[in-house]
Design a binder for this molecule. Structure first.
Ligand code: ATP
Ligand code: MG
Length: 225
């Protein structure tokens, strides 16, 4: 955890070709070290778009995103990728695991691109998978795992670097309530252990309530709940 970590969205507007109104309109948002924020909103309201913009995976049509007071749009693609790898974890709405790689290889991926020591990377990935209850699934491939197990591998991959910020897009969205809660508990234990800030997008109000701040996204704007 980095105490000075913060991301600021200033008057962000996002339009897509073919849509008459912008998905996000003059939106302001701020997240800093260790904060816990939930965003709820109806399907199509722009929640995933907002997370992609916070992560620098997509850029605003207008307005800017500041990472520790520096404008993200001034970074080259390469430097943006490095910044993401160092500071931000992303759990996608559909898990996006690499099908030809085992659980442990999927989780090691963000460490491997740093070109560190393979054995250290392996042990670090194994540790996080064990904490998520997948110690016995290291060598299984995504198609050999249950939906909940795949989701846990995706969480492990996003958390393995102990990022400053985790962006979680419906991390337990496809699971029944009981399993969703169990997986969410171990996810939050990791978030607390690493003092990672979290922006959680969810339809589940009981999960949202476990975050300190709750926002509702509608008509391109965030409103405090
Ligand atoms: N790359 C794109 N090109 C064009 N339109 C897009 C693109 N990405 C998203 N949209 C549109 O922007 C709107 C918001 O999409 P987004 O995926 O952010 O919604 P969401 O709130 O995450 O919805 P859900 O709860 O269903 O995941 C939708 O109308 C969608 O069709
Ligand atoms: Mg979405």
């Amino acid at each position: 955890m980095n105490d000075i970590f913060q991301i600021n969205l200033k008057s962000v507007t996002k339009s897509f070709e073919g849509l008459d109104v912008p998905v996000l309109k003059n939106l302001n948002f701020h997240i800093k070290a260790s904060e816990k924020v939930a965003i709820v909103g109806s399907s199509g309201s722009g929640k995933s778009t907002l997370l992609h913009i916070i992560a620098g995976l997509d850029s605003p049509s207008e307005g800017k995103v500041l990472f520790n007071n520096s404008d993200m749009s001034s970074l080259s693609d390469n430097n943006m990728a490095k910044l993401r790898n160092k500071h931000i974890g992303f759990i996608y709405q559909s898990h996006h695991l690499l099908n030809d790689f085992s659980s442990i290889e999927n989780v090691m991926m963000p460490l491997i691109v740093r070109r560190g020591d393979y054995l250290n990377d392996f042990n670090q990935a194994k540790e996080v998978l064990k904490k998520l209850g997948l110690g016995k699934r290291l060598n299984h491939f995504p198609h050999q795992l249950s939906g909940g197990e795949r989701q846990r591998v995706a969480i492990a991959r996003a958390m393995v670097t102990a990022p400053d910020l985790i962006l979680a897009d419906e991390p337990t969205g496809n699971l029944d309530h009981k399993n969703a809660n169990l997986i969410f508990d171990s996810f939050l234990e990791l978030v607390d252990e690493f003092k990672t800030a979290i922006v959680l997008v969810t339809h589940d109000l009981s999960l949202a309530k476990r975050m300190k701040k709750n926002y509702h996204l509608a008509s391109g704007k965030l409103k405090s709940n």
